[in-house]
Design a protein around this ligand. Structure first.
Ligand code: KG4
Ligand code: ZN
Length: 325
């Protein structure tokens, strides 16, 4: 629950990470079923935490897409039900707009625009320009895997469990990140696009060549595995920030944004802060609770969309491939 788009009244997250860990990743059908089971208790808790009742709401914001269609459908139908019963406007929100508004929510104010934003999550790796409040323009994106997906797949193949990002982050601290040189493909057609499937395959070939056997969870990680994931992490972080730097030099923004689940990564945060200093720009990174998926960021983006007059009808449908910018 968010007030004026910039103040959090409640932010309830029901995570399915433990469940997904059982399967080594997200199984769409399982995720949708759990959404259905959890959505009403989560909404009740959000209302209770904020000490609000439905009639007091100004509007109901809901993620229309992109994402897994089953999970999106549950949210859209429930939001429609609440808005319809209580006569409230229904505001459709793009999931990435939520990530892009998270820094402003954390700050309690809009960030200086134009802003250049690196959005890195399990499903997305994109560069956006926020030209003005609520105006998002896609500059570049991944051609294949998202950065977070690469973290998850590398962790899985080494037996480090799911989600892989936080584990690789932790194991990399103090390890030798120059033990191996993994290069990340550079897109040659001039677009600031990313590609992360190659580095994942490079790690896989390395593991096979060296005969590294998967370990039984992070606690069993050897120095060899720690150096390997640290080198992988360095390659990914370097590729992400190289694109951000090139785009900043070309577009001359007034601020930088780092957001999405992978923005929780400590090396990425440290190196991004160094880059921002080098470029002489302020960097806005939401705290981890607002970097990874959460409802408050959708409320923040919902307020921006509401102010722009965006409203959905009762025919609003989930769109797993909804574009932005
Ligand atoms: O934004 P998010 O919570 O959900 C999506 O919209 O995808 O991002 C989840 C992704 C996962 O791939 C997870 O491994 C990654 O963010 N992640 C991290 C870290 N914490 C989460 N990746 C690297 N380092 C971290 N500390
Ligand atoms: Zn996300």
């Amino acid at each position: 629950m968010v007030e004026d788009g910039r103040r959090i009244l409640s932010n309830v997250v029901s995570t399915q990470a433990a469940l997904h860990a059982l399967y080594g990743g997200v199984v769409p059908e399982v995720a949708a079923r759990h959404h259905l089971e959890n959505i009403c208790p989560v909404i009740e808790k959000a209302m209770a935490d904020a000490q609000m009742t439905f009639p007091e709401l100004d509007a109901v914001a809901v993620t229309q897409g992109p994402g897994l269609v089953g999970a999106l459908l549950v949210g859209v139908q429930v939001a429609k039900g609440i808005a319809f019963v209580h006569g409230k406007p229904l505001v459709p929100v793009h999931h990435i707009a939520g990530h892009l508004e998270a820094p402003a929510l954390a700050l309690g104010a809009d960030v200086p625009v134009p802003a250049l934003a690196l959005v890195v999550s399990g499903g997305h790796t994109s560069l956006f320009e926020m030209a003005a409040r609520g105006e998002y323009r896609l500059l570049g994106r991944t051609r294949d895997d998202a950065a977070g997906e690469a973290f998850d797949k590398v962790a899985k193949l080494l037996g480090l469990g799911y989600p892989g990002g936080p584990v690789i982050d932790r194991l990399s601290e103090g390890a030798d990140d120059h033990a191996h040189e993994f290069t990340i493909a550079r897109i040659k057609d001039g677009r600031p696009d990313f590609s992360f499937s190659g580095v994942k395959t490079a790690v896989l070939y390395h593991v096979r060549r060296e005969g590294i056997v998967p370990v039984a969870g992070p606690a069993a990680a050897t120095d060899e595995v720690r150096d390997l994931v640290a080198s992988f992490q360095r390659a990914v972080v370097t590729a992400l920030l190289r694109k951000l730097k090139e785009a900043a030099q070309a577009r001359r923004p007034r601020s930088l944004i780092l957001t999405g689940g992978v923005a929780a990564n400590r090396q990425l945060r440290r190196d991004a802060a160094r880059l921002a200093e080098e470029l002489g720009l302020p960097l806005f990174v939401p705290p981890i609770a607002l970097s990874t998926d959460n409802a408050a960021m959708i409320g923040a983006a919902g307020q921006v969309a509401f102010d722009q007059g965006r409203r959905a009808g009762w025919d609003l449908d989930a769109d797993p491939h909804l574009p932005l910018g």
